[in-house]
Design a protein around this ligand. Structure first.
Ligand code: SF4
Length: 947
């Protein structure tokens, strides 16, 4: 490891003065990264403007890697062209490495060839930068290093045969030609801001020196800094303190007319801290950002380290289009694309598509295909579908065109260039990138996407024919590897990683995260190169000593990089104490308060503080108009659900049954409610045929099997039109067998009953209580034929746990059966004779009737009210009193709903809210104490479930 400081030194202010002489001075400045080139260029421009100039020659400042490429390009357009290899793009290089890895003996044992190839590329670049190759083949290593040596040998052979090179070897490619006049060399080359020069860089600079270029080492101006060390309780407190400090310094500079003001924030582990830092800085520096009615503000800070192209919404939409065209995909992919603005009609049909997405969730399988998706969309928007969603003609048209394109264009094997053209065609088919004008970031993302697809097309030079799935995977990887940061206006606050901070100067600098375990950076040698070899070469990542040496130098650089320097470190992470880094331990600790920072409020706190409270009583909605209280036809979960919801929470009933609010259904193959529907349909079919216990008793085993089989087929067919995917092929057969087993087991329970005959099955009735009329569907009513007792029994099938205690007391949890008992039973012809109510619990291994009757033994498992263990059972002393109680509660609930009673008042607090999907609408979680109660409720409910 060496430093550029072996060359004559030139300070920044002197360098800027020399650059002002223009091209005639022949100075070229190379920097370790693009950011430092930009910062130096900006400092030069500011200096020229300060001299009163309106125009000046652009200085020659560029990253070292760009300088190498410029020399290579010079060579390509000269007589040297025939001697230079083809320079591979990153995606071409990756493709060759993948071919090498996949074709090797060890390749077949790898989980991911692409990841191994990426690691190999990194090891290859490291080995060249540190000139490790001579020793690599002879050095004794482990299995990994031997495998890499083999891959590297093959890679070298392939690229040599085809006269190719990648950027890692450019110094060796250009070095031998530096004497040629075809390569434009500067008179003076200034290596600016290099904390470290790799041996390969040193070799190249020395070769330039031999070619007559004068070499200098550029160093920042030293600032007499005030340095302070701050300890924060945790990392998030550091983020917040740094954000407050940055805003305070900006405001001070503005007041003192000292703009522009350069503020640097350096974070050693920026990749993992990025999101927390972004949030803290946004909250402090642009607190109202994203609020309704506010224009999108340009943030005054910029976080370096690009994000993978694949993570940008526009690029993600393109990948989803390829997914849909390719074959089977997750429903979530289709759902995302449906709601994307980056396809045709994405804006004009956005509301209808959101509704369609919600509808599709109810009946799409977790995995689907384009064809099945199109059929599901057609089903869910068909005029004859009673629960149809609004149609989305542009979406339907786009998907249909995509299906045709996929069928015609995506079969067989092709060269990458041909696949690139086909992919662009697919994007166009679906109207990508949408109908609205793109903003600046989206536009730059689109450009980058096109660049990446063009790079992929250039794979023609190094890769053969492939299938569409392989092409798609390779492009997806290229989009994942391509770190991308859209260009933005110059902003005063730069948030950087350690390497990018090299050579940078600021007015104020804050370096955070300097705990012992993070600084100096812990060693992390490349696993493919023998560690001893890396140590011997002085690779900083390979040894604690080399890392300490480099990080000590970087720390010294920070201390002189600004007029004010703050170094901070967190004291704890979770329960762990974090000692301070030994590199800053000697600096006296300063209390955060001594920085004199104002306590900036978050937007939420400011809103709360400024609030002029106006009390609005919102517990009552407008009453339903008289005569207009029939909501049963409009309810989605069955007409009687309005009583259950009103009992559970008046707001829930109001939101669902009057506002039409509904949570999104989870996407599942065959959900619990589908299975419940199947069991209801199965038993309805069976009893429509049997009609009585006597027929059941008389039926032969064979006829019973036939009856059950036919009923299972009918039940499945009735659901199949809605859930064809979930009940297709073998799945349908398995479901049929499950239903048959359940029916057999259940009919054994029915055989134990005293004689009965069926009085009604699945009968629809309008039922009114308290002025509210709902359309109810009665599962079943039996006439009991016992000569002494007689009467009617109202039954309700349940495939989950069923407890008759849920009918009792105030605001009953399950008021459906009481509703049938005292409402529908009258209309169904049982004027005074309902003598039993029962849940028919049809659960595998737990088949039984559970209910309450006017007398004992009417149905096995149905007991009189005095035998009920629920506390609310004590409210009733007889069957008649029970029916009267039902009537009273139902009248109350109906009246409440009709009157507009809509209080947010869950009957059992957090336990009632646990499975309710309306939290965002009722904002119950904003109520004081709700969160803790919810936790307790969940714990209690979990304990109960486990019990
Ligand atoms: S979450 Fe709770 S309070 Fe809100 S509507 Fe549902 S049951 Fe009522």
């Amino acid at each position: 490891m060496s430093s550029a400081q072996t060359y004559p030194e030139i300070r920044r202010h002197e360098l800027i003065a020399r650059l002002a002489q223009g091209a005639a001075a022949g100075i070229c400045v190379v920097t370790p990264n693009q950011r430092l080139s930009g910062a130096l260029g900006a400092a030069f421009a500011a200096a020229q403007a300060a001299r009163g100039l309106a125009a000046w020659e652009a200085p020659d400042i560029l990253p070292f890697s760009a300088f190498l490429e410029r020399l290579y390009q010079d060579g390509l357009y000269s007589d040297l062209a025939t001697q230079l290899p083809l320079l591979l793009t990153a995606i071409q290089e990756q493709a060759i490495w993948e071919a090498v890895v996949a074709g090797s003996e060890s390749g077949s044992t790898l989980l991911s060839v692409a990841s191994a190839a990426t690691l190999a590329r990194e090891a290859w670049a490291l080995s060249h930068a540190w000139r490790l190759f001579p020793g690599l083949r002879d050095f004794f290593g482990n299995d990994d290093t031997r495998v890499f040596a083999d891959w590297a040998w093959r890679y070298e052979g392939i690229t040599a045969r085809h006269r190719q090179s990648e950027r890692a070897r450019l110094p060796e490619v250009i070095g031998p030609h530096l004497q040629s006049s075809a390569l434009r060399k500067p008179t003076i080359l200034v290596a600016y801001g290099f904390d470290i020069l790799t041996p390969q860089q040193q070799f190249f600079l020395d070769a330039l020196g031999r070619a007559g270029v004068k070499l200098c080492c550029g160093v920042p101006d030293a600032h007499a800094a005030s340095v302070r060390r701050i300890a924060c309780a945790a990392a998030k407190d550091e983020y917040r303190a740094a954000a407050n400090w940055a805003r305070a310094r900006l405001e001070e500079a503005s007041r003192a007319n000292r703009l522009p003001c350069r503020i640097g924030i350096v974070v050693p582990d920026l990749a993992s801290a990025r999101e927390g830092i972004r949030r803290a800085f946004t909250q402090v520096m642009a607190p109202a950002r994203g609020f309704p009615g506010t224009a999108p503000a340009i943030l005054p800070f910029n976080i370096s380290l690009g994000t993978p192209l694949a993570a940008y919404p526009l690029a993600r939409a393109a990948s989803l289009i390829f997914d849909l065209a390719a074959g089977e995909f997750e429903f979530t992919a289709a759902s995302r694309l449906l709601r994307s603005p980056f396809i045709a009609g994405g804006d004009s049909e956005s509301a209808a598509r959101a509704g369609l997405d919600a509808a599709l969730r109810r009946n799409c399988a977790p995995r689907t295909t384009l064809e099945r998706l199109r059929r599901a969309i057609a089903r869910n928007t068909a005029p004859e579908n009673p629960r149809r969603a609004r149609p989305c003609p542009r979406l339907a048209q786009g998907l249909s065109a995509l299906a045709v394109a996929a069928k015609e264009q995506l079969s067989g094997s092709r060269r990458p260039g041909a696949w690139a053209r086909a992919m662009l065609g697919l994007l166009e088919t679906l109207g990508f990138p949408g109908e609205r004008a793109l903003d600046s970031i989206e536009y730059q993302t689109l450009q980058k996407l096109h660049e990446t697809i063009a790079d992929f097309a250039a794979l023609d030079r190094v890769a053969g024919r492939m299938r569409f799935a392989q092409a798609r995977a390779r492009l997806a990887q290229a989009m994942g590897d391509a770190l991308f940061q859209p260009e933005a206006a110059a902003v005063p606050v730069q948030i950087l990683g350690v390497l990018e901070s090299a050579g940078m100067e600021f007015d104020h600098l804050w370096v955070m995260g300097l705990a012992e375990e993070a600084w100096p950076m812990p060693p992390g040698p490349n696993p493919f190169v023998p560690v001893a070899l890396q140590k011997r070469a002085g690779v900083p990542e390979a040894s604690a000593a080399a890392s300490l040496d480099l990080d000590r130098r970087i720390t010294r650089g920070w201390l002189a990089a600004a007029g004010e320097v703050v170094l901070s470190h967190p004291l704890r992470e979770d329960d762990r104490e974090l000692p301070v880094s030994p590199l800053i331990r000697e600096i006296d600790l300063t209390a955060l308060e001594e920085l004199g920072l104002p306590a900036y409020e978050t937007a939420q706190a400011a809103i709360h503080a400024a609030a002029a409270l106006e009390r609005v009583a919102d517990g009552m909605a407008p009453a339903l108009p008289s005569g207009g209280a029939n909501v049963g036809g409009a309810t989605s979960a069955g007409g009687t659900a309005v009583f259950r919801d009103q009992a559970a929470c008046p707001f829930r009933a109001f939101a669902i049954h009057r506002l039409g609010a509904r949570g999104l259904d989870p996407v599942s193959s065959l959900g619990a409610s589908d299975r419940g529907t199947l069991v209801h349909a199965l038993l309805a079919e069976i009893w429509k045929e049997l009609k009585s216990s006597a027929t059941l008793a008389a039926l032969s085993e064979r006829d019973l099997q036939a009856l059950i089989g036919a009923a299972a087929d009918t039940a499945i067919n009735s659901l199949r039109w809605r859930r064809p995917d979930a009940l297709a092929g073998r799945l349908g057969q398995l479901e049929r067998e499950r239903l048959a087993r359940l029916a057999l087991e259940w009919l054994e329970v029915e055989r134990q009953r005293p004689p009965f005959e069926i009085a009604a099955i699945e009968t629809k009735q309008a039922i009114s209580f308290g002025g509210l009329t709902v359309n109810a569907r009665l599962d079943r009513m039996d006439r009991l034929l016992d000569a002494q007792q007689g009467g009617w029994a109202v039954l309700d099938y349940k495939t989950g746990r069923a407890d008759p205690g849920a009918w009792l007391g105030e605001r009953p949890d399950e008021p459906q059966l009481p509703l049938y008992a005292v409402g529908a039973a009258r209309s169904a012809g049982a004027p005074a004779g309902v003598v039993a109510l029962a849940f028919a619990q049809v659960r595998a291994g737990k088949m039984e009737f559970r209910g309450i009757g006017a007398a004992q033994n009417l149905i096995p498992g149905v007991a009189t009210i005095d035998a009920q263990r629920a506390r609310a059972a004590r409210l009733y002393t007889s069957w008649e009193e029970l029916l009267q109680g039902f009537r009273y509660e139902l009248e109350e609930l109906g009246r409440e709903f009709v009157s507009g009673e809509a209080r947010v008042a869950p009957k059992n607090g957090a336990a009632t809210c646990r499975y309710c999907e309306l939290h965002a609408l009722c904002r119950i979680s904003e109520r004081e104490g709700f969160a803790a109660a919810a936790d307790d409720g969940v714990e209690a409910a979990t304990a109960a479930d486990e019990a």
